[in-house]
Ligand binder design. Structure first.
Ligand SMILES: Cc1cc2nc3c(=O)[nH]c(=O)nc-3n(C[C@H](O)[C@H](O)[C@H](O)COP(=O)(O)OP(=O)(O)OC[C@H]3O[C@@H](n4cnc5c(N)ncnc54)[C@H](O)[C@@H]3O)c2cc1C
Length: 327
């Protein structure tokens, strides 16, 4: 039988999960709909300017995560936010540095968007991949926002256990609008950015001062507040840009030369599942991501590690049973 574990999503949760399972001897294939890896830990180049457009930094609390981050620091993949008053870690040079390094050595099929996940009577999975045909797997681990996972299962007519289905459906996300602003000269944004408790803007940061790029043009990331993003998500780009630029008027310190808008449909989970991951051995199906571990990079990593642990134990059990001639 095909004993492949397919992970859907090459964000940080899917990548740490894949690395851990591969280290435990599993055959793993990651399917990622985008060209790049990292999901919401995204860096974008616009002209000569470079922006962290999703996660801006991450914090470290859990002991297991602290150990992992120390390893990343030793490899030069992360550093402290330069000159910041706060205890914040950033990717070096940008937030995609860690996902890119984790992706090395893994079998990742990029530009592979899964549109349906279907389960056969024999217990194996068939995944429809847009424009690419079918990928088969023994087990499927979703490492993408939960509504996207549920949509794939719905098309594949998979019925989840009732309690689990209700819990997963309850996991909803705030959207975010990220405006990437290029300036004619150095910005007036403080070195460690500005966070706002109210108004249309939640966050503003200068990517040059943060060290994403060493030289001009100045590149400022503006994140809208959740309520503003909900209310204005579908507006034309120029209208969203005008509203957000008005809200930060006088704070940028230089003339705006270009703007690009990125719409994050699933930015931050509104609530977190009680478990760090969901593993359904009877369906050989699992779910991980920040909606389980907590709505941040750290939570996503801890969730990915938790699911890898659960699946790894299952693989170990199967392998022992096989040696004993039970399967
Ligand atoms: C605007 C913004 C600001 C943030 N700021 C911070 C911050 O400052 N600090 C912090 O700690 N966290 C922050 N976060 C949250 C942090 O980025 C996330 O918690 C974390 O990156 C989630 O990782 P993940 O692996 O769970 O999911 P994702 O990163 O969302 O990864 C999921 C992956 O699945 C892929 N995928 C989805 N559907 C399919 C499909 N059908 N087929 C194949 N692949 C698919 C996606 O392309 C993506 O690569 C922010 C997020 C956003 C959007």
């Amino acid at each position: 039988m095909n004993n492949t574990t397919v992970i859907i999503g090459a964000g940080i949760s899917g990548l740490v999960m894949a690395q851990k399972l591969v280290a435990a001897g599993a055959t793993v294939v990651v399917l990622e709909k985008s060209r790049g890896v990292g999901g919401r830990m995204a860096t974008k180049r616009v002209g000569g300017a470079v922006f962290d457009q999703g996660a801006q930094f991450f914090t470290v609390r859990d002991a297991a995560f602290t150990e992992l981050v120390e390893g990343w620091r030793e490899r030069g993949l992360v550093k402290n936010w330069p000159d910041s008053q706060h205890r914040r870690m950033v990717g070096a040079p940008s937030m995609t540095a860690v996902p890119k390094a984790l992706a090395e050595g893994l079998e990742i099929l990029r530009e592979h968007k899964v549109t349906a996940a279907r389960r056969h009577e024999c217990g194996c999975w068939e995944l429809d991949v847009e424009g690419q045909g079918i990928v088969r797997a023994e087990r499927v681990l979703f490492a993408c926002p939960v509504p996207q996972a549920l949509a794939m299962l719905k098309v594949g007519e998979v019925v989840l256990p009732e309690g689990t289905a209700e819990e997963l459906k309850a996991l909803q996300y705030h959207p975010c609008l990220a405006l990437l602003v290029t300036l004619a000269g150095p910005s007036a944004v403080p070195v460690d950015g500005l966070a706002f408790a109210e108004g249309p803007v939640r966050w503003i940061a200068d990517n040059v001062k943060k060290g994403v790029v060493q030289s001009a043009p100045a590149a400022v990331t503006i994140h809208a507040a959740a309520e503003f993003a909900e209310a204005n998500y579908g507006l034309p780009e120029a209208e969203v840009a005008a509203k957000l630029l008005t809200a930060v008027e006088g704070m940028l310190g230089a003339t705006v030369t270009a703007t690009t808008l990125h719409r994050w449909k699933f930015s931050e989970p509104k609530t977190t599942h009680v478990e760090r991951c969901v593993w359904l051995p009877e369906l050989t199906l699992g779910f991980a991501g920040d909606a389980f571990g907590g709505p941040k990079v750290e939570g996503a990593v801890l969730s990915g590690l938790a699911l890898a642990e659960r699946v790894g134990r299952e693989l170990q059990r199967l392998s022992c049973a096989e040696e004993d001639g039970e399967v």
